[in-house]
Design a protein around this ligand. Structure first.
Ligand code: FES
Length: 77
């Protein structure tokens, strides 16, 4: 979904930038221009940044996700 019409920036691009380290609307704007022109998308950009940061905080650490219950061999008896 296109979020910033001025700069052709999608929600996927913004989420990717946050996963790669952007942590504010200002940093997203610096990286791709979203919100840096007319400014009408700034609220949406900010909401996407906050939502993505929350999702990253809520996700388990990489090591924990690497193993599922089924992938762990039972201990020898
Ligand atoms: S729509 Fe994003 S800066 Fe104008």
């Amino acid at each position: 979904m296109l979020v910033c019409f001025c700069n052709g920036v999608s929600d996927r691009k913004i989420r990717r930038l946050v996963r790669e380290g952007a942590s504010s609307g200002r940093e997203v704007a610096r990286a791709c221009g979203a919100g840096a022109s007319c400014g009408s998308c700034r609220r949406a950009v900010h909401a996407l940044v906050e939502e993505t940061l929350s999702a990253l905080d809520a996700s388990p650490p990489e090591a924990a996700r690497a193993y599922s219950r089924d992938s762990i061999a039972p201990l020898p008896a």
